[in-house]
Each structure stands twice: as structure tokens, then as C-alpha cells.
Design a protein around this ligand. Sequence first.
Ligand code: ADP
Length: 313
Amino acid sequence: MQKVLTIGEVLVEIVATTKGDGFLAAQPLVGPFPSGAPAIFIDQVGKLGTPCAIVSRVGDDDFGRVNIERLRADGVDVSGIEIAEGETTGSAFVRYREDGSRAFLYNIRHSACGKIRPNPVSAALVDSCDHLHVMGSAFSAPELGAMVMDAAQRIKTRGGTISFDPNLRPELMRDPAMRAPLDAILAMTDLFLPSGEELFLFEPDHDEAGAVEALLARGIRTVVLKRGAKGASLFQKGLRADAQPIPVEELDPTGAGDAFGGAFLSFWLRGTDPAEALRLANAAGARAVTRLGPMEGTSTRVELDAILQGQKG
Ligand code: ADP
């Protein structure tokens, strides 16, 4: 079976359990939860039994260890997570505003992952993997971005495949330093996984159908549009499938897109019927939002089947 690689930040998330105005007053917090978009994504891939690995860098501390242990337990090859002595793993504090929106306080500027550089272990992993999952946010850090670009070119040249989740705020897209590498990645992309307005990042002058058509005309094989609580849609040349949202109680939406993407990719790589892969990924996204903590809601196949059975019942 093809082996999936991703490269990027591993961090922990600490979550406020009461809605409020900020962190000015003491409040109950829960965590640390393993986190980082690439980590959540690859954890979901591992839980579905797809061979996979992550390249990252953490401090020699409990925040790094909690991630490594979780990912290893869920089937991810963690040999590419370098442990940097004397450095610290990044963290993020999350709180929910009264209106349900989220506010993040990041502590990653000086995290160990900021000093990630290619090394013999990461080079060997790039050589042994057949698929790379790219997060657009990687290109906001020049060294990480260069590593991701190099891995994408190597894997693609060898006949491997690329999935791409922009995972970006539109303001960042307007930064010329970001634009060039993102355009280069899109040109190599086989599976594009935008969320909401990200569909228009590369095709701003179209409506939804026009943007999809233009993306497919660029040679992208599959476009999967994540629609949050409204479900998801899949587009290939001559094919459209829609997944209606599964009714769930949304407790924590962080990580839903990564769980969705990891699940979809696993089934897509196995050659599962696209509409069925979408249905399973939609279940993974729905289950993800029902758990507090961004990686706590990643699913096994049995858990996906259970949520889909419940939907039928
Ligand atoms: P992202 O985190 O990338 O913005 P979304 O928020 O769109 O991703 O969530 C990814 C997928 O998870 C959605 O397309 C949908 O399938 C599922 N999902 C997200 N939120 C909900 C919800 N409240 N109810 C049911 N399914 C959801």
C-alpha cells in the first residue's frame, strides 16, 4: 500500500472550558491535547491503517512526548520527529467566544519546529513515501516551506501523488512570498481539499461551479470541498457527489478538516468509490467535532461505520 508523508508543526493545545472574553481572568483549562494540523491529519491516516509518517521537530519535553506517543500508538511512523534538547514544543491556548467562534493564543514563534531542517532521516522518509500531504500554512515559515517544496518535487518526479489543503487565511494568499510556492504546489496537486472560501484562492473570478471546472482543467484529479456544518462535496471530471451533514452536537470544531482530509485520502488512495470515500470522510469530520481536543475525535474504521449506522437508524 502507498505510504503517506506530511511535514509540519506538532504542538499541544490547551482549551478553556468556559466561554468568555479572554485569558485575563483565571478559568478552568483542559489539556494538553496533541495537536498541529499535520499531526491531526496523519493521526487520522494512521488510525485507518494506511502506512504513514510525519517529519517534524519537538522539544525534549512532555508536550513533545504526548504527541509522539499518541501518533505512534495510532500507527504513524514517528522516526522523522526530531527531539531537540534544550528547546520547547509549541503550544496553543484556545477559547470559545460567546458566539461560538474561536480565539487562539499561539506560543510557537520560538518552538523547536521553527528550526526544522532537512536531515538524513527526513531525506530517507521522503524517498520511501509515495504520497505527500501539503498544508499551505507550511509556506509561512521559509525553511519549512523549502522542505515541503523539495519533498513535493521529489515525490511527484518519482510518480507519487500530492494532496493539498490550503489551510490558510485569504490575507496570507495576497503575500507575494506565499503566492509563488502555493501556485507551484497547486500545479503538482492530484487531490485538492479546500474549506469554504479557500475554493476561490486560485480561481477568484468564478462562482463555485466555475472555480471547480477551472481547477479540474488545470489537471487536478479530485477536488473535495469542505463545507463545515453543511457537509462536503466532491468533484472529478464528469462526476459530482454531495454528502449531507451528519447531525451531531458540535463540541469542538478544531481539527475537523484535518480528520476529514486524512480519512478521505486514505480511502482515495485505496481506490474506494469516490462517493463512498466522501461519505466516510464526512463521518470522520462529523465525529471529530463531537470531542474536546483537536486530535481526540480522529476515528477508526469501526467508529466511522458506527456513526454511519447511527445516521441510517
Ligand atoms: P476545516 O476545519 O478545514 O475548516 P470544516 O470545518 O469544513 O473543515 O470541516 C470538515 C468537514 O467535517 C466538513 O466538510 C463536514 O464533513 C464535517 N463537519 C464539520 N463540522 C460539522 C458539523 N458541525 N456537523 C457535521 N459535520 C461537520
